[in-house]
Design a protein around this ligand. Structure first.
Ligand code: MN
Ligand code: MN
Length: 323
């Protein structure tokens, strides 16, 4: 098994700073056919309400992902030996037409799913997760594990516009893409528009774990609850880089102090091992606000963590299926 799998460029032969930048130094492929995991960029920030720039996220995360090696040091997992993974490039986007942008992203994810691969995406702002979910949850609502400083369940902005990066999960609940009873938001903090900002989500059944509760309980206890909530049914993981403290990830549009350390973020993802994941993304890396590439490094590393969890899942599933 695995002889035909794509492999990253060998850094002992070609230095990390050389060659074309692709996610994890994997081959760039034209389609997701034959892949277990498709790494895709979504260079689109048409939903950003304040400081734009996440459209530049995929290119910089590709660049800094050259720092990732091939083995996870805790799990000892070698993702490229147990799963076929490659960079399928950036999805088509439209930077000046929001609705066409959403349509194109959904179509791009649909083609990855039709090829039988699990999408692991790098945005883009958080509105990109809505069309991803439209493709993934076309026939059945999924659970959602959502790391963020913000709930992103506001209703409308700027003249009743329903589509911004502050509204994707309200739309996803209304469109029955995610099951609010199997939706958990972790790391929520910062000033809000009003005391009732989160009430709508909570009334739908969403579990909001504020940063203060996380700090009190710790990662293991919190994720044990998350696992009870989402259970073994299909679940999507979305990681907004602004969940990490801006002292460690300043390159983002809506920074909020008091966030996760990068080490806590890694631990949180590792604790998701063994769930039934149908896709994942890293969003809101905005390189124009970055300092020395530290946010892109955080984004690339969190992508590596998620990729290892997905590869382990594929390895387990493969063992369960008849050959
Ligand atoms: Mn967000
Ligand atoms: Mn956020």
């Amino acid at each position: 098994m695995g002889k035909h799998f794509h492999q990253p460029v060998d850094a002992t032969k070609v230095p990390r700073f050389a060659g074309h930048a692709t996610f994890m130094r994997l081959p760039a492929v034209a389609s997701a056919h034959g892949l277990d995991i498709a790494l895709a960029g979504i260079p689109w920030d048409g939903g950003t309400t304040n400081r734009a720039g996440a459209r530049h996220g995929p290119r910089e995360v590709r660049n800094y992902s050259s720092l990732m090696r091939s083995t996870h040091h805790v799990f000892k997992t070698e993702p490229f030996k147990i799963a076929n993974i490659a960079d399928v490039g950036d999805l088509d986007v439209n930077p000046i037409d929001l609705l066409d942008g959403l349509r194109l992203i959904e179509a791009g994810i649909a083609s990855i799913l039709e090829a039988g691969a699990i999408p692991l995406c790098v945005g883009g702002d958080h509105l990109t997760t809505l069309p991803v979910l439209r493709a993934i949850a076309k026939s059945q609502a999924v659970g959602l594990i959502h790391f963020d400083a913000h709930s992103d369940t506001n209703d409308t902005y700027f003249g009743n516009n329903p589509f911004t990066h502050g509204t994707p999960f309200r739309r996803a609940i209304e469109e029955k893409l995610i099951d609010p009873g199997r939706t958990v938001q972790i790391g929520i903090r910062g000033s809000i528009y009003g005391p009732d900002e989160h009430d709508w989500a909570i009334a739908q059944g969403v579990r909001i774990i504020y940063m203060e509760e996380f700090a009190e309980r710790g990662a293991e206890d919190v994720i044990a609850e998350v696992r009870r909530i989402v259970g073994g049914l299909p679940t999507y993981v979305t990681f907004d880089i602004d969940s990490i403290d801006p002292s460690m990830a300043p390159g983002t549009g809506t920074p909020e102090i008091g966030g996760f350390s990068t080490r806590e973020a890694q631990q949180l993802i590792r604790l998701l091992d063994g769930l039934n994941l149908v896709g994942a993304d890293i969003v809101e890396v905005a390189p124009p606000f970055d300092v020395g590439g530290m946010t892109s490094i955080a984004g690339a590393t969190m992508m590596f963590e998620l990729m290892c969890i997905l590869a382990r899942q594929i390895d387990r599933t493969r063992g369960l299926l008849p050959s």
